[in-house]
Design a protein around this ligand. Structure first.
Ligand SMILES: NC(=O)c1ccc[n+]([C@@H]2O[C@H](COP(=O)([O-])OP(=O)(O)OC[C@H]3O[C@@H](n4cnc5c(N)ncnc54)[C@H](O)[C@@H]3O)[C@@H](O)[C@H]2O)c1
Length: 265
């Protein structure tokens, strides 16, 4: 996909990985809707981008992605403002093992809902012109995480949903590619949640074990994750892929045993 003049919606765009995604998309000439719950940081990020790019290139839409009506409204506002939607990045996520239901709600249910909304607007059978959806999972979606079981479950769910809906997209000729990215630890504010009882609940006592894991695996920088995003968006052959990004192997793909029958073959 050529990215110039495409329109992207990025959830969780105010900071961290989402903000790095916006930076590279703008650099490629995309227009971007920054969707985030955090109004203060979201506005400040839009101001940052306005110093580098024409202010018409971005819009900040305050939105809690776990609120169905607000999420629908964010899509409508994006289309009203930019006239179309070509790229959707379902990136907003939390680490909360205490109030664990919101982790499932934000990390998985909202990603599923966002994907369906994106397909409604982009798929060719609905008059859309096709596009690409990228759902952000984690290495914790491919392996157990003893002290973040619900986070791990939510991210496993993102991978299972994304691989399955990607097959449905091929079988149904949606014209939309759907892939997922699984980064290892990344240097963003979410890492601070490990130290907070309100996030870790019964697992608070194990925070040093998670920090040991960070030391073992190393910590990535957000621009590398954004490089992985561009690779997925620009390579039209990729659909249903699980991209892993680690300090040891950089950007690479998870390999699965071929299925005996595939809906898309
Ligand atoms: N940082 C890591 O180590 C790491 C590793 C693997 C995967 N991830 C995933 O990457 C994604 C981005 O995380 P990050 O590291 O940039 O974290 P972050 O906390 O820095 O940023 C997350 C953003 O999502 C927003 N957000 C949270 N809940 C929201 C909601 N209900 N509605 C709208 N916006 C909401 C926050 O306001 C914030 O701007 C998440 O899905 C996370 O699980 C992060």
């Amino acid at each position: 996909m050529h990215l110039k003049d495409k329109v992207a919606l990025v959830t969780g765009a105010a900071q961290g990985i989402g903000k790095a995604f916006v930076q590279v998309l703008l650099g490629k000439g995309c227009k971007v809707a920054l969707v985030d719950l955090n109004v203060e940081v979201g506005k400040a990020s839009k101001d940052d981008f306005d110093k580098q790019f024409d202010e018409e290139m971005t819009i900040f839409i305050p939105c809690d992605v776990s609120n169905e009506e607000k999420l629908k409204d964010a899509f409508e506002k994006t289309i009203q403002h930019f006239g179309k939607l070509d790229i959707l990045i379902n990136n907003a996520g939390v680490n909360n093992e205490k109030n664990w239901e919101i982790t499932v709600q934000i990390n998985l249910i909202s990603v599923i809902r966002g994907t369906y909304l994106g397909l409604d607007y982009m798929k060719t059978e609905n008059g859309g012109t096709g596009g690409a959806i990228v759902n952000i999972s984690s290495l914790a979606g491919l392996m157990p995480a003893a002290h973040q079981p619900v986070y791990s479950a939510s991210k496993h769910g993102v991978i299972g949903f994304t691989r399955s809906i990607a097959m449905a997209a091929t079988a149904g000729n949606y014209g939309v590619r759907i892939n997922t990215i699984c980064p290892g630890f990344v240097n963003t504010p979410i890492l601070q949640s490990i130290d907070k009882e309100e996030n870790m609940g019964q697992y608070s006592a194990y925070k040093d074990k998670i920090k040991d894991m960070m030391k073992f695996y190393g910590i990535l920088d957000p621009p590398l994750i954004a490089e992985g995003l561009l690779k997925i968006l620009e390579d039209e052959t990729l659909n249903g892929e699980v991209m892993k990004i680690t300090t040891k192997e950089g950007i690479h793909f998870h390999s699965y045993i071929p299925l005996p029958f595939q809906a898309n073959k």
